[in-house]
Design a binder for this molecule. Structure first.
Ligand code: PLP
Length: 392
């Protein structure tokens, strides 16, 4: 009997979670768009909210289960819960593991919804204490630890600064105080970084980004020990209701097949583009973990196999010129999100609500740039002609 655990990441991307359809013999599991499943003859002993049994699609659905199996295998975790968006996954973690009086340490620059939940809503509504710190600074985390610290949450590389935090070292700190260590690994995907093997308790992904990879479906996932994942399913999935549509689970299952191929191309292209930008006279700063000039390049090198496709940069120019630059692009699309097939760029402007947490060079506003799967020469050409259009 073949030992499926032995297969490589690339093979798991293709096969894990798939199987022969019993009814038709099709070699792909079907898309099951159904809200309900036929009950057993005697339903009186059924747990109507069992998150692992096919009863009602808010408890779980067939396509959700297949995707959970694949993502758990890819992150090297025991279990996985898939939800309707990355934010539903993050909120599910915080809802489940924080209680009144608990303290959480979180990156001072993290996904905007995390910042709002932990800083603006949870403290007043639920009596949660939140410390926002620069998590690339281990000393700062140490100083923020309290007896009631329940979770240390990081995002690495971070959105939008690309700041990198040391997963293995923070895992040790979390363990020393018995806190749960949660890592938003969306920018890396499981192909480039494996936080569970470095000591994280839970890994969170926005599936909307690289894992689906095609910009046409939203989803979120949390991966880790069964005992933790089951609590998220029972508390946050069934009762908050942020479940994924079976169709989106099916699309993401299809997208993830090519994850290794895509991540190699995104990373190789982004490295070329970042090197081009770094040498351009009009570029004020460029933050990309693959550049040796990145402040945490050495940590990135230690914990990532490649550096993914997202960078931040700014121009030696005013706000109007930044806007003109974006609107002069022909291939790169001005739109939010990252990790799609097409290159995406956003100019935030100088009034971003978290500007005071960004490094000083970000104060004039910055571009967040997700390098897509177009030919890298065309992406660089597009930037060059936009520079020319702006007289830079
Ligand atoms: C996009 C993103 C999220 C949120 O995911 P959604 O699917 O948009 O809800 C969370 N974390 C990071 C790092 C992201 O880039």
């Amino acid at each position: 009997m073949a030992d499926k655990q032995k297969f490589s990441f690339q093979t798991k991307c293709v096969h894990t979670g798939n199987g022969v359809d019993k009814e038709t013999g099709a070699i792909r599991r079907p898309l099951t768009m159904a809200n309900s499943y036929r009950l057993p003859e005697d339903a009186s002993t059924l747990n109507w909210s069992d998150p692992n049994q096919l009863v009602y699609t808010r408890n779980t659905s067939a396509n959700q289960i297949y995707l959970q199996e694949k993502l758990a295998a890819l992150e090297g975790g025991e279990d996985c819960v898939v939800l309707g968006s990355g934010v539903a996954a993050l909120a599910g973690v915080f809802f489940t593991f924080l209680e009144q009086g608990a303290h959480i340490i979180c990156s001072n620059v993290s996904y905007i919804a995390v910042y709002r939940l932990l800083k603006e809503y949870f403290p007043d509504k639920y009596g949660i204490e939140t410390s926002l710190v620069d998590t690339s600074d281990l000393q700062a985390i140490k100083q923020a630890l309290r007896p009631n610290t329940k979770i240390i949450h990081i995002e690495t590389p971070g959105n939008p600064t690309t700041r990198v935090s040391d997963i293995a070292e923070i895992a040790k700190l979390a363990r020393s105080v018995g806190a749960l260590f949660t890592v938003d690994s969306t920018f890396a995907s499981p192909f480039l970084q494996q936080p569970l093997t470095l000591g994280a308790d839970l890994v969170i992904h926005s599936l909307t980004k690289y894992i689906n990879g095609h910009g046409d479906a939203m989803g979120g996932a949390v991966i880790g020990r069964h005992e933790l994942i089951d609590q998220i399913k029972r508390q946050a999935m069934v009762n908050l209701g942020g479940v994924i549509s079976p169709f989106n689970a099916w699309l993401i299952m299809r997208g993830v097949v090519t994850l290794p191929l895509r991540m190699k191309q995104h990373s190789e292209s982004a490295q070329q583009v970042a090197q081009f930008l770094e040498t351009h006279r009009a570029v004020e700063f460029i933050a990309y973990p693959g550049l040796t000039s990145h402040p945490q390049h050495e940590i990135a090198r230690k914990q990532m196999t490649m550096y993914s496709g997202v960078m931040a940069f700014g121009l030696k120019a005013d706000v109007a010129t930044h806007n003109k630059f974006v609107n002069s692009l022909a291939v790169i699309v001005p739109a939010v999100s990252i990790g799609h097939d097409e290159s995406l760029i956003v100019y935030t402007g100088p009034n971003d609500e978290r500007n005071h947490f960004y490094p000083p060079e970000f104060q004039n506003g910055h571009f967040r740039f997700s390098v897509g799967l177009e030919a890298p020469a065309d992406i660089i050409y597009d930037l060059q002609q936009a520079f020319a259009e702006c007289g830079l």
